[in-house]
Design a binder for this molecule. Structure first.
Ligand SMILES: [Zn+2]
Length: 198
């Protein structure tokens, strides 16, 4: 009897897990089509493959300190990155610096649309690759990158972000920062010329 009970409860547990998985997939699909963007909340331990499908906001409210930019919500980014971002933003605020997320999370589909626009603009895939990244290489798709504006706020992060794991990565993108907890102990890596190797 004991083993029957055990088997039954294990089956129940498995069904619950399967059901939760299906709900998760459904939420991600709805988010990807724009039907339910705010319902997408990635959780710690979620497989990366799914995180890469999670879209970020297309836009956001105007940045409080510079109306040329927006300040997007952080939804879709990796949960530890959101926490680290909130810590960074609070530290900046304490020094009277406002950080705006001009661009944060993108899904693979959103990044592909960006790349397709570049192909249209530059005339070929080869040319587009010099200016835009494909979904598999973008750190925005992996949910660890933010484009910070305005530029004087970005330069504050360039000076002060490393201690909290936020580093600028590319010489030609003063606004692009990536979070990696190992930066706290190892320091920021040397700048690369660009994200595209251009
Ligand atoms: Zn960026």
């Amino acid at each position: 009897m004991v083993s029957t009970t055990f088997t039954t409860s294990r089956r129940t547990a498995i069904s619950v897990l399967v059901a939760l998985g299906l709900v998760g997939i459904a939420m991600v699909s709805l988010g990807a089509t724009g039907g339910l963007p705010f319902a997408v909340k990635p959780v710690a331990g979620q497989p990366l493959a799914i995180l890469e499908e999670v879209p970020g906001p297309e836009t956001g409210p105007t940045c409080a300190v510079d109306k040329r930019y927006v300040d997007e919500e952080t939804f879709g980014m990796r949960p530890d990155v959101v926490d680290a971002w909130n810590t960074l933003r609070a530290k900046a605020k304490a020094q009277n610096i406002t950080l705006c997320v001009n661009d944060g999370k993108r899904s693979r589909a959103q990044q592909q649309r960006e790349f397709d626009k570049a192909v249209e603009r530059f005339g070929s895939v080869e040319q587009a690759k010099k200016w835009a990244l494909q979904p598999e290489t973008s750190m925005h798709v992996k949910g660890i990158a933010v484009d910070i504006q305005p530029l004087n706020s970005a330069s504050w992060v360039d000076k002060n972000g490393g201690a909290l794991g936020w580093c600028r990565r590319y010489d030609n993108e003063k606004w692009h920062f990536e979070y990696d907890p190992t930066y706290v102990t190892n320091g920021c890596p040397a700048l690369l010329p660009s994200a595209t190797g251009n």
